[in-house]
Design a protein around this ligand. Structure first.
Ligand SMILES: NC(=O)c1cnc(OC2CCCC2)nc1N
Length: 331
């Protein structure tokens, strides 16, 4: 029932129940990568707690999941400070909202803006740092400022170049994901060996990358799509589309489906294409990402505390989780 219909006592009891339940689910999700509920169930309970905390602010406690930013850091990993924060993305859930975002951008900037449109790979964010072309560090996003050092695990991922084609010192970021076929094989093996099957490829990728034993990671057939070049001006790269080509030329795996779009018509076509093609892709996507293509303009627009102003994610409606898992694992 709506938060406003709760008395303070009822709200107190409900908030405590929701907080305990959500923190238990967070623990499963972030430290054991084996959640017992789907993301939608988690999100619904989270929104109920948020509504009650808004109605009764004095019920908010520091340990409430609404007060925590980003991933829970697994203390077994060494910590890594990200020199440039790894931000998450604002997201919209309809083409209309996306068009409104675009309209605000165009009026903000005062002239037509080109976007680089990319598939939103459903994995976990990864940072890779190279010195003179040699991979020296791999890390997770963590809370955006402090992540986990997963270098040993990253060295076992075939698509991560250990040595770049040029002896450059740079940082790139991208998505670590588990291809659908690898996910099906893994869950089938989990079933036969009495392990816990993973709910979806994203959880499987997170659980596989954030393994303390790199040999386990090596067996999980993880893959990557790299999409961000840090400090591109150092390499005279001026657009996001160019940055992807530059990183591909160095040996990184980049997603072949990114393209420059000059208007919402082109973006609508892209969204329709990948809404249709989604199930046929060999990897999971949960939407598309629009980025201002001109990197100088991105820098000018800057970021809010949590998300860049120059990009937005359009999220597809959640597909029937059971159907997806059923298609992949048991047919
Ligand atoms: N999951 C993806 O495929 C994806 C995620 N993030 C980004 O961009 C970063 C750049 C700064 C904040 C988000 N691009 C993507 N394609």
């Amino acid at each position: 029932k709506p938060a406003a219909q709760f008395t303070l006592e009822e709200a107190q009891a409900e908030v405590e129940k929701l907080r305990k339940q959500l923190n238990q689910w967070r623990l499963e999700y972030y430290t054991k990568d084996a959640p017992t509920v789907t993301d939608n169930v988690y999100d619904d309970h989270y929104r109920d707690l948020q509504a009650l905390e808004e109605a009764y602010p004095k019920l908010v406690t520091p340990d409430s999941p609404t007060q925590e930013v980003g991933d829970v850091i697994n203390s077994d990993f060494a910590k890594v400070q990200h020199p440039i924060p790894m931000l998450s993305m604002g997201d919209v859930f309809s083409f209309e909202e996306l068009s409104e975002w675009d309209a605000r951008m165009q009026s903000n900037v005062g002239h037509p803006v080109d976007y680089n449109v990319e598939l939103k790979i459903d994995g976990l964010a990864l940072s890779l740092i190279y010195e003179n072309g040699k991979l020296v560090q791999g890390s997770t996003r963590g809370d955006g400022n402090v992540g986990e050092d997963v270098t040993r695990n990253v060295l076992t991922i075939a698509s991560v170049p250990k040595q770049l084609k040029q002896p450059l010192s740079l940082e790139v970021r991208g998505e670590c994901y588990m291809p659908k076929a690898a996910f099906a094989k893994l869950n089938a093996r989990q079933e036969t060996e009495g392990g816990t099957p993973f709910a979806n490829p994203r959880n499987a990728a997170a659980g596989s990358l954030r393994q303390l034993d790199a040999k386990v990671t090596a067996a999980r057939e993880l893959d990557t799509f790299i999409y961000t070049l840090i400090e591109p001006e150092q390499f005279n790269v001026t657009t996001q589309h160019e940055a992807i080509a530059f990183m591909q030329a160095l040996g990184f795996t980049t997603n072949p489906s990114s393209e420059v779009a000059g208007d919402m018509q082109a973006i609508d076509t892209y969204i329709k294409k990948y809404t249709t093609d989604r199930d046929a892709l060999p990897y999971g996507i949960d939407g598309i990402v629009l980025k201002v293509n001109d990197l100088a303009l991105q820098a000018q627009l800057g970021n809010t505390v949590k998300v860049p102003r120059w990009e937005i994610a359009y999220k597809f409606p959640p597909e029937e989780a059971e159907t997806v898992i059923h298609d992949i694992v048991w047919t």
